[in-house]
Design a protein around this ligand. Structure first.
Ligand code: CO
Length: 134
């Protein structure tokens, strides 16, 4: 069911510093910052050719990554995103298998304008998983 790795998301306390580390120390291609107020994050993409890393910094009071950063002040890997061709079918299958879909339990429009859902880390080896319909 799952396809390619779309991105790995890393939560960071300081996006400018994190972008500089990837650009200057790791020699990576890093995009300009993009504020996504509806999703409570500012992001940059690190383009790796085969996939990308997204660096996420909290934006606003109710940022979904605020608690994660409180527990991981230096930052850390937040989620992995796998591609699926049919998010509705994926959602139904996962629920049938007993997996917990976070939030309202239904696909929603994600940070990239495409349908996504998030799965409970306790059901998936301690990793928060995002599925994105591509
Ligand atoms: Co993501």
């Amino acid at each position: 069911m799952i396809g390619k790795l779309n991105h790995v998301a890393v939560a960071v306390p300081d996006l400018e510093a994190a972008a500089a580390t990837y650009r200057e120390t790791l020699g990576a291609k890093v995009s300009k910052p993009q504020a996504l107020p509806d999703h409570g994050v500012t992001i940059v993409f690190v383009d790796l050719g085969n996939t990308r890393v997204e660096l996420l910094e909290p934006l606003g009071e109710a940022s979904p990554i605020a608690k994660f950063l409180a527990n991981n002040p230096a930052g850390g890997m937040h989620h992995v995103c796998y591609e699926v061709s049919d998010i509705r079918a994926a959602c139904d299958r996962l629920k049938e298998k007993g997996a917990r879909v976070l939030g309202a339990g239904e696909p929603a429009i994600g940070a990239h304008g495409k349908p996504v859902l998030f799965l409970h880390p306790k059901d998936f080896c301690g990793t928060l998983i995002e599925l994105e319909q591509t």
